[in-house]
Design a protein around this ligand. Structure first.
Ligand code: SAM
Ligand code: SF4
Ligand code: FES
Length: 335
């Protein structure tokens, strides 16, 4: 395992010469610690309604240029059953912070999905400890909550009415409650420096994150950050590769945002430290309506097509698709 200090991380992030070496080392470490299997997590985007107003996000409360939708609990469970039929061992439920989804409604969904024998990741934003406890007791296995940035000033500017302290509280509660904890950031946020990216990477290490989701920030014209520059594919990839060096056995997805900026983005990420892909299993027009940023891939594709597409990409680089749920601690749901 690599023990990198902040100045070394900053130097790696700034270095434009030896990037191929960095990606090669990250790939070898990935292979040594988590092997050649790629874990597929079927992503269900079940509501684009959000009470928060994050400046970067197309789902933000003040965005009037978006048709809102939510799926009812039964429809979410149906999609999870379809995800299972495509061979996914985990489903990820993601949404805006939608108050319609009370603990009771979520319990119905969680029970329905756990009855299918699937591993379940939630990505529903900031909740109280009691809410997190209730989801966990209902059977949720993992929770994904990106810190977005550990730079307090940048965080405050981007998140009106929210605080870094509460975000950290959420991550601590999730850990205490026995979830596998996922976090991550966007790379290229306005005001973010290489130093703060280095701090972010050290933060993943400090909390021993089980999953780390990273992607470039992509400016959305329907948000106040429409004129921002945005992140680059290469810098996001470097942050990911360095994260693999510091957390060799973690689960790191090759993200949708990476492929949005580079046609081969997920394949390149899988060869630079990533070992997870989250294919979309949302159906019909809802895919287009879950528009975090412009150019999002797969919005006109079907779940079946995405499954086939991603299978082809994985086979093309001589990797295999895992046939188990891929918990970091080796726990297995008996599939
Ligand atoms: N509401 C939940 C939350 O915020 O954790 C989950 C859904 S949120 C849309 C999922 C992730 O989308 C966020 O953590 C953020 O990193 C990412 N995201 C939002 N807007 C983005 C943008 N413009 N570019 C890239 N990623 C974006
Ligand atoms: Fe809502 Fe999440 Fe988007 Fe923030 S990032 S506006 S919490 S959906
Ligand atoms: Fe959706 Fe390739 S994964 S079209």
């Amino acid at each position: 395992m690599h023990q990198l200090e902040k100045p070394e991380i900053v130097a790696l992030l700034a270095n434009r010469v030896e990037v191929a070496e960095l990606f090669g080392v990250a790939d070898r470490i990935r292979q040594r610690y988590v092997g050649d299997e790629v874990h597929l997590r079927g992503l269900i985007e079940f509501s684009n309604i959000c009470k928060q107003n994050c400046l970067y996000c197309g789902l933000r409360r003040d965005n009037q240029d978006i048709k809102r939708y939510r799926l009812e609990p039964e429809a979410v469970i149906e999609l999870a059953a379809k995800a299972k039929s495509y061979g996914y061992k985990t489903v990820v439920l993601q949404s805006g912070e939608d108050v319609y989804y009370t603990v009771e409604r979520l319990q119905t969904v969680i029970h329905g999905i756990k009855d299918l024998g699937l591993a379940l990741t939630l990505s529903l934003g900031e909740k109280t400890r009691e809410e997190y406890r209730a989801y966990r007791e209902a059977g949720a296995d993992r929770y994904l909550l990106r810190i977005e940035t550990t730079d307090r000033q940048v965080y405050d500017q981007l998140h009106p009415g929210m605080s870094l302290a509460n975000r950290l509280r959420c991550l601590r509660d999730l850990r205490d409650l026995g979830y596998e904890v996922g976090t991550g950031i966007m790379v290229g946020l306005p005001g973010q420096s290489l130093e703060s990216l280095a701090e972010d990477i050290l933060f993943f290490k400090a909390i021993d994150a089980d999953m780390i989701g990273l992607g470039p920030f992509i400016p959305n014209p329907a948000t106040p950050l429409r004129a921002a520059v945005g992140g680059t594919f290469e810098l996001a990839l470097k942050v990911m590769a360095i994260t693999r060096l510091l957390l060799p056995d973690s689960n790191i997805p090759a993200t949708t945002a990476m492929e949005t900026l580079n046609k081969q983005g997920r394949t390149i990420a899988l060869q630079s430290g990533a070992n997870v892909v989250m294919p979309n299993v949302t159906e019909g027009e809802y895919r287009q309506l879950y528009m975090l940023y412009p150019g999002k891939i797969c919005i006109n594709d079907t779940p079946a097509h995405c499954r086939q597409c991603i299978g082809g990409k994985i086979a093309a680089i001589n990797r295999t698709i895992a046939q188990h749920a891929g918990f970091r601690n080796g726990k297995n749901l008996g599939q």
